[in-house]
Design a protein around this ligand. Structure first.
Ligand code: ZN
Length: 436
């Protein structure tokens, strides 16, 4: 006892020395989630483990579904279901044990199959260096539950941090001769050229689960415990942007602390720079990059959290349709490939129609402002428009024919205009708008 306390003390002192010298200490691995072990799901002890398990060091986690011909009803005794799979695998298939390393039911309960570090029987005769996780259900017929998916991610985060697997980058799985993500579906092995493969075109783990694996990888990549990378964004020096005004950003020398965002499934290796914008109207918010070299991406976040990524991201723009007036959004420019070149950033916000009849003006927003080709407007249901006019600063009026929410303004010369809306009660509201 005395010896172990002393040892702990030495470790603590060592840790303090390391911290005071600013040496980076790798965070601990993610914790292994709780699970129902064999005695838990087979209390009678009549579903024994194999006597001579073959050890394997997993480089890849292979996801399965059980593919049963039914949707398990609420209240199913999943311990008995696991017993049935054991019986099938051992007594019908003639295997040494249940094929999977782990199983997860729809309530998020994890069951121990062959367990950690044991070669299973699940990946079409290419089981070396894999661990097999089976979600109980048929995900061609239904979608996996959130509880089950979360446990899959917890289990993956533990396994990946324990075995130092980079879940976001494909790596060679020698036994299948394929480059696979370290979190892959059974069907990813279908194309194996390996001579011993017995792949037969399986749909496992079912399309509804398979399609969620890219996002699951990103989510695991965002676990703070995973590889010690906290994926935290620093928003303290966020640059203020004004809607409609082009911002010229210098080549970023900011740090690279975020490697993934919830809006997509690729990794960001370069530095990121944070901006902040507060739209004055409800409706679409668009951030668009131009004039840059290298590989920059832009994201709109609802808070200073890469997991709170909003809307959709394309190669050089991000758009979030449901932005709210008065709420601040973080706009992050991040370089994908490590480059950190200069850029221009234009954030377009919806603009409320401000002057004129306040009641009418409050029902209409316009997007984007400024506009080059298509000007969009949105009205709440109560507004019944009679007329839309575009008025130049010289007072020249262009009547707008299209009342379908989009106006073609490509033919107008660049400059400042007023956009005037008139409703059925002859109320008018207008807004200053720039054509570029
Ligand atoms: Zn499978």
């Amino acid at each position: 006892m005395g010896k172990s306390i002393c040892y702990l003390r030495i470790k603590l002192i060592f840790l303090v020395i390391l911290l005071s010298q600013g040496i980076e200490i790798t965070a601990q691995d993610c914790e292994q989630p709780n699970y129902c072990d064999r005695l838990c799901w087979s209390p009678q002890g009549n579903h024994p483990a194999q006597s001579n398990p073959a050890a394997t060091d997993p480089s890849h986690i292979i996801v399965h579904h059980s593919g049963d011909n039914l949707i398990w009803p609420v209240g199913t005794d999943f311990k008995m279901v696991v017993q049935a799979y054991w019986d099938q695998h051992v007594n019908t298939n003639g295997w040494a044990d249940i094929g999977y390393n782990w199983l997860i039911d729809r309530n998020g309960v994890i069951y121990e199959g062959r367990g950690d570090g044991v070669r299973g029987a699940h990946f079409s005769c290419m089981n070396q260096s894999t661990t097999g996780i089976c979600l109980i259900g048929n995900f061609e017929l239904e979608a996996p539950s959130a509880a089950a998916l979360n446990k899959l991610k917890d289990l993956t985060a533990w396994e990946a941090s324990d075995k130092n697997l980079d879940v976001l980058t494909p790596s060679r799985h020698n036994n299948s001769q394929l480059d696979l993500f370290p979190l892959s579906g059974h069907r990813d092995g279908n194309s194996s050229p390996a001579p011993q493969s017995c792949a037969s075109g399986t749909v496992c783990p079912g399309l509804n689960l398979y399609n969620l694996l890219p996002l699951a990888r990103v989510d695991v990549g965002n676990y703070q415990c995973y590889n010690g990378n906290p994926n935290l964004l620093d928003c303290t020096d966020a640059i203020n942007l004004t809607c409609g005004e082009m911002y010229s950003g210098e080549a970023s020398v900011d740090s690279s602390s975020v490697f993934s965002y919830a809006c997509n499934n690729w990794t960001e290796t370069g530095p990121e720079r944070v901006h902040i914008v507060t739209p004055v109207g409800d409706g679409p918010l668009k951030a668009e990059l131009s004039g840059f070299s290298g590989d920059l991406d832009v994201y709109i976040l609802g808070s200073c959290d890469p997991l709170d990524c909003l809307g959709t991201v394309s190669s050089n723009a991000a758009i979030y349709e449901e932005a709210k007036a008065g709420q601040s959004y973080f706009v992050v420019v991040d370089s994908d490939d490590g480059s950190s070149g200069a850029y221009q950033l234009l954030v377009s916000c919806s603009t409320p129609v401000g002057t004129g009849d306040i009641a009418l003006g409050s029902l209409i927003t316009v997007f984007p402002n400024p506009t080059s080709n298509w000007l969009n407007y949105r009205m709440s249901m109560e507004a019944k428009l009679e007329k839309i006019e575009i008025i130049s600063v010289l007072g020249q009026i262009h009547l707008v024919e299209d009342h379908q929410g989009s106006i073609d303004v490509s033919h107008l010369p660049a400059g400042t205009y007023f956009l005037r809306f008139t409703d059925q009660f002859n109320r008018m509201a207008s807004l200053k708008w720039v054509k570029n």
